[in-house]
Write a protein that binds this ligand. Sequence first.
Ligand code: NAG
Ligand code: NAG
Length: 150
Amino acid sequence: MRAFKGYVVFFVCAAILALSAPCLGNSHENTVGIRFDRWHVHVVNNLSAGKTLFAHCKSKDDDLGERNLAPGTEFNWSFKEDFFGSTLYWCYMSTGQKHAALDVFWVESDHSWLQYRCNWKDCIWIAKDDGIYIKIIPENRDEFSHKWEV
Ligand SMILES: *[C@@H]1O[C@H](CO)[C@@H](O)[C@H](O)[C@H]1NC(C)=O
Ligand SMILES: *[C@@H]1O[C@H](CO)[C@@H](O)[C@H](O)[C@H]1NC(C)=O
């Protein structure tokens, strides 16, 4: 009987732990540390003077097409990281006179520069007159990242 009670207590504790684990743990990692997050990448036109932003973003096997973004608008897409951690998206952007090419999503394993800025969910790249910024979501500020080339 005593052994049975002990078993019940153990079982109840194990069940509580199992149910609460997702809250306690790092919610963006599963128990074996493999990420299967769904990410969003955003490209925002924050150029002044009514300028259109041209953007062409792609990955190895996903061409998102050529976009002309009206002032103040954005385009965005979402995807799951591939199993091998090789997901990479990059964009070519142009204001008409100036242009830039940059990686907008890559997988990090030994640091979290991008993941932190994206808050493990949304990578927000913002084209401004002096260059391209990335939003640091946890700090709610835009950080200069790439300058335009002429
Ligand atoms: C650029 O961003 C600022 C701050 O979010 C906003 O106030 C402004 O209206 C934006 N301008 C354009 C042209 O998108
Ligand atoms: C994605 O972009 C569209 C415009 O193309 C916008 O209406 C929508 O709000 C954006 N979605 C998110 C999650 O920001």
